[in-house]
Ligand binder design. Sequence first.
Ligand code: CP
Length: 317
Amino acid sequence: KRHLLSAADLSRADAELILSTAAELRELADRPIKKLPALRGRTVVNLFFEDSTRTRISFEAAAKRLSADVINFAAKGSSLSKGESLKDTALTLEAMGADAVVVRHGASGAPHRLAHSGWVRSSVVNGGDGTHEHPTQALLDAFTMSRHLGQGQARSLDGRRIVIVGDVLHSRVARSNALLLHTLGAEVTLVAPPTLLPVGVGTWPVEVSYDLDAALPKADAVMMLRVQRERMHGGFFPTAREYSRRYGLDGKRMATLQDHTIVMHPGPMVRGMEITADVADSDRSVIVEQVTNGVAVRMAVLYLLLGGSTPAVGGEE
Ligand code: CP
């Protein structure tokens, strides 16, 4: 495959190849020398029209650990403020010889436009588009789940119950996770107030519940979502206090989880809103580990898309 635009584009074999490649590359994170020469001479551009901490930095770390050159483009401080279009920005990147472009954009579908426009020859990776998709987040989440919950040699997620809680309406993370986890054989339940569920959720391969307390004891993993106030334009929203009371994960609710159940959050978190600080910092929380795993998963994606020389993680560099 040339691009990674949607979790829906990944077959089970594709996803498992990315996850197994990431598992090899993840071993590098624990070594003093974390770098491989696999993408030497290739150029990865981070094209971020929306703010990001984890995704942008981890793609940069991933590309550098594979010895690629990295160009970071942030909308702030660029000629976008002078009215430059996505097309002219893309043509500029093409002229600089980008092999892969990681794009985050507020408009759903922007990475697809870039990939199919003919403006660039490079691989396009969706780093989050509007409220649509965030496929590498779903991959790193699946990778993290499979390390903790995976069964058998392949660390399969078949039959595992994943509960995703909160503002599904505005969450590209929820959509990509629902699609990928279904592909990998897991059972996903979305828990949200009716006003924070998308109209088309009936077509998603998930169950829907409005009752967090009923869903938690059955979960193998619980993924909390941030309420994305910046994407709400006058729609109904409960007060923060009311939201936390009904849909927040606190210590009391965490006590109803099974012993093996992990707590996840893609970040950024709003402590005290969807998750309390004691839960975020508890032994069950794998939130920081998700970030570490994100580098390995993004290395695997770049490596597989750009067809680098063999990663050979087993040997010393
Ligand atoms: N999870 C995630 O996409 O975080 P950033 O917005 O910081 O990249």
